[in-house]
Write a protein that binds this ligand. Sequence first.
Ligand SMILES: [Zn+2]
Length: 143
Amino acid sequence: MPADFGPAETKGQPGIGQAALFGLCPQCGQRTLFRGVVQFADGCRTCGLEFSRFNVGDGPAAFLTLAIGGLVVALALWLEVAAHPPFWVHALIWLPFTIAAVLGGLRVAKAALLAAEYRNRAGEAISGPSNGAPDPDGEGTDR
Ligand SMILES: [Zn+2]
């Protein structure tokens, strides 16, 4: 399989797209990222990278649910106009479709965010507080 997913693949690390699609650990590339369907494991069983250190949260959930909701409504309207199926056909199709799309999309989105976050601060995470960040309490140091 050509590893054609992300730019700049570094030694043994999966691309962001690859990590997102398959739930790979961003550091060693093993499929250890998820413990449940959409729940991260605490850490990588292979290389020990702590996934709990990353703060991905459920940020993508609301956006994703809205986008999928819009898509499902559009598809359901199209099916209704095109084929006029009885109501139970709609229920049979769209309920499982929605659930699968939300869970699958959330899984991919969360993995992508974690992989991107891992890339962006792989060096900085060890060296403590980041340089050049604005002073949190606004007091600053005396000139
Ligand atoms: Zn790992």
